[in-house]
Design a protein around this ligand. Structure first.
Ligand code: FMN
Length: 189
């Protein structure tokens, strides 16, 4: 697959099969994440890679804690999209049977440089999604765990900075929602 096909073909996947991701694939996905560009080359990410059965069970339990705030937020921001709300809440309940989760935090002292540090971690997350898809592994980027950021940091990343987002990973059991590109988002001069 060429890179544009990988970029265009990747979809957010919220239902995963029981097939396990190999340690080697997981390591390469994370490697893609640490090779992202970063503001002032600070490499401000701190990725916590969760894969063992016991730790996956624990992270699923943490995600249950997001549900009340997430439901409230989704009802406000997507008032006429009951199906998307239901799908998102269902996904949050069990992480769609994901085989692995990567939590992407900022390093503690790198939080305040005009947002560039957040952007750098976001670039790392996108790299990981694309690397996963190139290996036919499905993924979904989530920011909803920010609702329980303090709890997550306390256990997974004591002494680190903000939680930028999380990535669920697994072999897809669905195709993902079709998307179309909106008009008026590009201007060539
Ligand atoms: C910054 C960011 C935050 C997101 N947060 C969530 C989330 O909390 N829950 C979720 O189910 N999907 C989340 N997504 C996935 C988007 O819903 C998805 O990318 C979008 O609908 C386009 O679909 P696609 O990824 O299949 O192209 C997030 C995506 C991005 C880039």
């Amino acid at each position: 697959m060429n890179l544009l096909n990988i970029i265009k073909g990747r979809r957010s996947i919220r239902k995963y099969s029981d097939k396990k991701i190999s340690e080697e694939d997981l390591r390469e996905i994370v490697e893609a994440g640490i090779w992202a560009p970063s503001g002032q080359n600070r490499q401000p990410w701190y990725y916590v890679v969760i894969h063992s059965e016991s730790e996956m069970k624990r992270v699923r339990n943490y995600f249950q804690g997001i549900l009340p705030s997430l439901e409230e937020e989704l009802k406000k921001s997507l008032p006429r999209h009951e199906e998307i709300i239901r799908e998102t809440l269902d996904f949050t309940k069990d992480l769609g049977n994901a085989d692995a989760v990567i939590l992407a935090f900022l390093q503690k002292d790198y939080e305040d440089i005009v947002g560039a540090m957040y952007d750098s971690v976001a670039a790392g997350i996108q790299n990981m999604l694309l690397m996963a898809y190139s290996k036919e592994i499905g993924s979904c980027w989530q920011t909803s765990p920010r609702f329980i950021e303090d709890e997550l940091r306390r256990y997974y990343a004591p002494g680190k900075g903000k939680l930028v987002g999380c990535v669920t990973l697994g072999y897809a059991l669905e195709e993902g929602r079709a998307t179309v590109r909106k008009d008026g988002r590009v201007k060539f001069l």
